[in-house]
Design a protein. Structure first.
Length: 289
C-alpha cells in the first residue's frame, strides 16, 4: 500500500494526464470523418515509439532488456484493442456520449485493483468514484438512448484501458517507465499495421500535424499514467481521472464554441468536491502515519 505522500504525487500525475488526454481527444474529434481510426492508431504507435527513443536514447541507463517480455506483449495487445476501440468510438458516436462511457474506466480500475493488485478498497473511495461518475453525467448532460451494438465499443475500450493501467502498475515494480511506454508503443504500431494498410489514405499537411500532436499527447499520457499508478494506489489515483471532464468543458468552449449548461457547472462542482474529499482523507491518513 502506497504512502499518503506517494498517493498525492500519483494524483498529480493523473490530473496532468487528464489535461493531455483532453488535448488528444480534441485532435481526434477534429480528424473524425477524414482519417480512419486504424490509420490514426498506427501512426500514433510509430511516432510514439520514435519519441520515446529520441527522449530516452541519450540517457546512460537506456535499455530495452526486460525479464517480463510476455507481460509487455499482453499489455501491448490489450492496448491495441483499447486504443483502436477508443479512436473508433470517437468517430462513430457523439463526443459527449463517448466521454460519458469512457468515465466508467475508474470504476473498472477500482474493481480490478482488488484481484490483480491485492489492494484494499475502502468504502469511502468507492463512494467517491461513484459520486465522481455521477458528476461526469451531469457535466455532459448524458441521457440514455436505445441500445445499439455501437455502444459496446466505448464500454469495452474502457475495460481494456483499465487493464492497461493495472498491468502497467504491475510492470512498474521492476521496469522503468520509459521501457514500459516503448514496448507499448512498438506493439501498438505492429498490431495496428495490418488494418492501417487496408484503409490507408495520404493525410494532408494539416492532418499530419494533427496526427503528430495526437501521437505525442497519447504517448505522454501513457507515460504519465504509468508514473501515476507506479506511485499511488490504483483505487486512490483513479477517481482523479474525472477531472478530465472539467478540462473537456473548457476545451469545448474555447475550441468548438460549446457553451456549458448549468448541469455542467453543477457536475464540475461535484467532481471537484469528491476529489478534494479524497485528498482531505489522504492528508489525514498521512498525518497519522
Amino acid at each position: 500500500m502506497a504512502s499518503a505522500a506517494n498517493n498525492l504525487r500519483g494524483a498529480t500525475w493523473i490530473v496532468g494526464s487528464a489535461v493531455v488526454a483532453t488535448i488528444m481527444s480534441s485532435g481526434i474529434h477534429e480528424l473524425a470523418g477524414s482519417i480512419h481510426s486504424a490509420q490514426a492508431v498506427f501512426i500514433r504507435g510509430v511516432i510514439g515509439s520514435l519519441l520515446i527513443l529520441a527522449f530516452w536514447l541519450p540517457h546512460s541507463d537506456f535499455s530495452i532488456r526486460t525479464k517480463r517480455l510476455k507481460q509487455h506483449i499482453v499489455r501491448g495487445v490489450i492496448g491495441v484493442v483499447a486504443i483502436n476501440l477508443g479512436f473508433y468510438s470517437v468517430q462513430i458516436l457523439p463526443l459527449a456520449t463517448v466521454t460519458a462511457l469512457f468515465f466508467t474506466t475508474p470504476l473498472f480500475v477500482t474493481a480490478l485493483s482488488v484481484p490483480m493488485l491485492k489492494e484494499k478498497v475502502g468504502i469511502r473511495r468507492v463512494m467517491a468514484s461513484i459520486i465522481g461518475f455521477l458528476g461526469a453525467m451531469l457535466v455532459i448532460g448524458y441521457l440514455p438512448e436505445p441500445l445499439s451494438i455501437k455502444w459496446f465499443a466505448p464500454i469495452f475500450a474502457s475495460v481494456a484501458f483499465s487493464l492497461t493501467l493495472v498491468t502497467g502498475k504491475q510492470l512498474s515494480s521492476t521496469e522503468r517507465p520509459g521501457t514500459i511506454v516503448l514496448y507499448f508503443s512498438t506493439i501498438l504500431a505492429l498490431g495496428s499495421l495490418p488494418p492501417a494498410i487496408i484503409v490507408w489514405q495520404n493525410p494532408s499537411l494539416t492532418e499530419w500535424g494533427l496526427l503528430t500532436m495526437i501521437a505525442t499527447m497519447s504517448s505522454l499520457r501513457n507515460y504519465m499514467d504509468v508514473r501515476a499508478y507506479a506511485m499511488g494506489d490504483a483505487q486512490f489515483v483513479s477517481p482523479f481521472l474525472y477531472t478530465r471532464i472539467i478540462f473537456m468543458v473548457i476545451a469545448g468552449y474555447f475550441l468548438f464554441d460549446e457553451i456549458p449548461q448549468i448541469s455542467a457547472l453543477i457536475g464540475a462542482s461535484i467532481i471537484i468536491m469528491s476529489t478534494l474529499y479524497i485528498l482531505h482523507r489522504e492528508v489525514k491518513i498521512g498525518r497519522r502515519q
